[in-house]
Design a protein around this ligand. Structure first.
Ligand code: 13P
Ligand code: SF4
Length: 315
């Protein structure tokens, strides 16, 4: 089938089966275009909770589809490629995390949404890059906190809040490998270009960034920036939305697409048009979870959504 035929079939099957497609900003352009809703992890979780259709096709990675299932267990949740994982989630196995928590009794456990449902079930509050700082700030200053699994996001929050959260030692293999030197090389060529970065980047890179935020926050920043050129330190899938929002602006990235794909998340890119089509046609692969795990993992996610509403981050 040609790409156009695949797209037509996907739209037809979506209607026939009463399905919605939720897509993350790091998905391939053509998948973002077919998605009913494109967003960051926080917005996608919120959206999944309110889905009234029978099927959610989650175009993102495994932990995101799991979150959708936890928040809306009535829906059949499909992921075009079940192998689409996440290095952060993989860095934190539930058994190891349980032992780590035993070494830190009396701590409030905040886990970044990029973790398995089993790790969520061991946590008190979940956060995303879109609410992590405010959630931490909302807790009493002397409350001992364990933050997992992203040590870069955790140390960024420690730096901006003055806290000393205990950090799990995990990283995003894509953002952690981005180099401050590469940013500085672009900055020396284009001194007026502001740098936007995702908080999963390493501390040296975040130090040279003008703006640090979630995928959605970076999109807001670039669309309101008066600058014509912007240096972007995150996964390259976001360029699709940036170019749509700001067709006249130029976005400079750390990978050049020809010699390296160092700004590409191989997991996110496992989802393709062909797999999306087959997944809707066959209603496979389906993400399933035990009712007990759904219940246990739901509590800290719902707490995050409630806190985000109270803090005015979401409606
Ligand atoms: P956002 O929540 O900012 O969209 O980030 C998700 C992610 O996986 C970043 O690598
Ligand atoms: Fe995980 Fe990093 Fe890929 Fe985001 S970009 S899904 S954190 S590996």
């Amino acid at each position: 089938m040609t790409n156009q035929e695949l797209k037509n079939e996907i739209l037809r099957l979506k209607k026939e089966k009463n399905a919605v497609i939720l897509g993350h900003y790091y998905q391939r352009d053509e998948i973002q275009e077919l998605s009913d809703y494109v967003g960051d992890s926080l917005a996608l979780a919120q959206k999944a909770q309110g889905v009234e259709a029978d099927i959610i096709v989650f175009c993102g990675v495994h932990f995101m589809a799991e979150t959708a299932k936890i928040l809306n267990p009535r829906c059949k949740v499909l992921l075009p490629d079940m192998e689409a994982g996440c290095s952060l989630a993989d860095s934190c196995k539930a058994d190891d995390f349980e032992r780590f928590l035993e070494q830190h009794p009396g701590h409030t456990v905040i886990s970044y949404v990029n973790c398995s449902a089993a790790v969520k079930a061991l946590s008190d509050i979940i956060c995303t890059s879109g609410n992590a700082e405010q959630i931490v700030r909302s807790l009493p200053a002397d409350e001992p906190i364990v933050f997992a699994p992203d040590r870069n996001l955790g140390s960024y929050i420690n730096a901006v809040t003055g806290r000393q959260m205990v950090l799990w030692n995990g990283v995003c293999e894509v953002h952690d490998a981005m180099e401050a030197e590469a940013v500085m090389r672009l900055k020396s060529q284009y001194p007026d270009a502001p740098v936007v970065a995702h908080p999963e980047c390493n501390a040296a890179l975040l130090k040279v960034a003008d703006f640090v935020g979630s995928t959605k926050a970076m999109l807001n920043y670039v669309s309101s920036s008066p600058q014509h050129r912007i240096i972007v330190a995150t996964e390259n899938g976001i360029l699709h939305q940036m170019r749509q929002l700001c067709p006249d602006k130029e976005f400079l990235t750390l990978g050049d697409g020809r010699h390296c794909a160092c700004d590409e998340c191989a997991h996110m890119k496992l989802n393709t048009l062909e797999k999306l089509y087959r997944c809707l046609r066959d209603e496979q692969p389906e993400l399933t979870m035990s009712a007990d795990l759904i219940e246990a993992a739901k509590r800290p996610i719902v707490r995050m959504l409630d806190m985000s509403r109270e803090l005015g981050i979401i409606k």
